[in-house]
Ligand binder design. Structure first.
Ligand SMILES: *Cc1c(COP(=O)(O)O)cnc(C)c1O
Ligand code: SF4
Length: 332
C-alpha cells in the first residue's frame, strides 16, 4: 500500500506540484510582499476572479510597491470596482461566435478551442474572465472535433482557454492525435502564458508530443513586461524552438505596466534576441473592471511610432484592436 502511494507521487508531474505553490490568498501575498497598511487598503479582498499568481513570478516583484509592473497585472485592487461606461462582461463578442461549448469560430481558416478554464495565473485585465466556460471536466472534445472535421475550410486549430498547458500531457496527446487525423488540419497553435509562471511545464514528454506530430506548430506566448522573463524561461522555450516550433509573443498595452517606450523596446529586444517574434500589441479589451489599465489609441500609436525608430522592423509588433464583427484583428 505504501508503495502505491509513492508511485502516485512520483507520477504527479513536477509542474503540477509547483502549481500548488501559487498565491491564491491576498493576505498571504501581502505578507510575502511586505505591503504596508496603505497599500493593503487598496486590495480587493473578495473578487469573483480570484488571485492566482505563481510563486516564481511573485519572487520578481519589488517589495511593498503597488506600482511594480508584474504585481499590477495580478493583484485584485479596488480599482476593479469602478463602473466605467463601455466596459462590459464580454467585450469581444466571444459568445456570438461559439459553434459549440468549447469552439469559437470567428475568423476564416482557423478555429479557437477553449480547452479549459484553468490558467497558471489570473491576469486582472483578462477579456475572458467572465466567459461561461464549460466546466464539465470533459476533455474528449467530441462535438468540437466533429465540427472541425466537417469544415474543410479550417486549416488551423488554436488551443486556448484558459491556458491549454493546464491540461495534462495525456489529454493533449490524445487531442493532437485526433486533430492529426483530420486531413485539412495543417497547423496547430498554442496560446499560452504558462511558461512565464511555470516554465517546468515545457517538460520532455510535452516536447516529444510536439516533436512527433506532423502538424506545423506555432506558439503564441503572452508577455507584457521584460521583468516577466528570465534564463530558465528562455531555455525551456529553446527546447520548443529546437524542434522547429515557431514562437511568437503577444502583449496587451497596459497603463502603468508597459505604456512607455523604454519598456516596450526592452521587451522586444529581449524577445528577438531569443528568436521570439513580437506578434501583436493588443489594445485593451474593454472588460468590466479593467478600465484603469486603458491606454488611449492615440498614445498607443505614438508609442508604436517611437519604438519603430529604435527596433528592427521585425521587432515591432502589430498594434491591433479586436472589434466585434470584424473579419480579423483590426490594425490601429
Ligand atoms: C485572436 C483570435 C484568433 C487568432 O487570430 P490571428 O489573427 O490569426 O492571431 C482566432 N480566433 C479567435 C476567436 C480569436 O479571438
Ligand atoms: S493567462 Fe490568458 S486566459 Fe489566463 S487569465 Fe491571463 S490573459 Fe486570461
Amino acid at each position: 500500500m505504501n508503495l502505491k502511494i509513492i508511485n502516485q507521487n512520483q507520477t504527479l508531474a513536477t509542474w503540477k506540484k509547483i502549481l500548488r505553490s501559487n498565491f491564491t490568498q491576498v493576505e498571504k501575498l501581502a505578507e510575502f510582499l511586505c505591503l504596508d497598511a496603505d497599500s493593503k487598503a487598496n486590495i480587493l479582498n473578495k473578487s469573483k476572479f480570484v488571485l492566482n499568481l505563481p510563486f516564481r513570478l511573485a519572487q520578481k516583484i519589488k517589495k511593498n510597491d503597488l506600482n511594480d509592473p508584474i504585481l499590477k497585472q495580478f493583484l485584485p485592487t479596488l480599482d476593479e470596482t469602478h463602473i466605467t461606461e463601455g466596459f462590459v462582461k464580454d467585450p469581444v463578442g466571444d459568445s456570438n461566435c461559439r459553434s459549440s461549448a468549447k469552439l469559437l469560430h470567428k475568423y476564416d481558416g482557423r478555429v479557437l478551442l477553449v480547452t479549459t478554464s484553468a490558467c497558471a495565473m489570473h491576469c486582472r485585465y483578462c477579456f475572458r474572465q467572465n466567459f461561461d466556460y464549460d466546466v464539465s471536466q470533459n476533455y474528449k472534445f467530441i462535438d468540437e472535433l466533429q465540427l472541425i472535421a466537417a469544415d474543410e475550410t479550417i486549416h488551423e486549430v488554436i488551443l486556448s482557454g484558459g491556458d491549454p498547458l493546464s491540461l495534462s500531457n495525456d489529454i493533449l496527446r490524445e487531442l493532437i492525435e485526433k486533430l492529426e487525423n483530420i486531413p485539412h488540419i495543417k497547423r496547430l497553435r498554442f496560446h499560452t502564458r504558462f511558461p512565464i509562471g511555470i516554465p517546468e511545464r515545457i517538460d520532455e514528454e510535452f516536447v516529444n508530443i510536439l516533436y512527433n506530430s506532423p502538424l506545423k506548430t506555432w506558439f503564441v506566448l503572452h508577455i507584457n513586461h521584460p521583468n516577466e522573463l528570465d534564463d530558465e524561461i528562455f531555455s525551456r522555450i529553446k527546447r520548443l524552438q529546437n524542434i522547429g516550433v515557431i514562437v511568437l509573443n503577444q502583449s496587451v498595452l497596459l497603463r502603468g505596466v508597459n505604456d512607455d517606450v523604454d519598456t516596450l523596446v526592452k521587451l522586444s529586444e529581449l524577445l528577438v534576441d531569443h528568436g521570439i517574434l513580437p506578434y501583436y500589441l493588443h489594445q485593451l479589451d474593454k472588460v468590466q473592471g479593467a478600465a484603469h489599465f486603458e491606454v488611449s489609441e492615440e498614445e498607443g500609436l505614438h508609442l508604436i511610432r517611437e519604438i519603430s525608430k529604435k527596433l528592427p522592423g521585425y521587432g515591432v509588433p502589430k498594434y491591433v484592436r479586436e472589434t466585434e464583427g470584424e473579419p480579423n484583428k483590426t490594425p490601429i
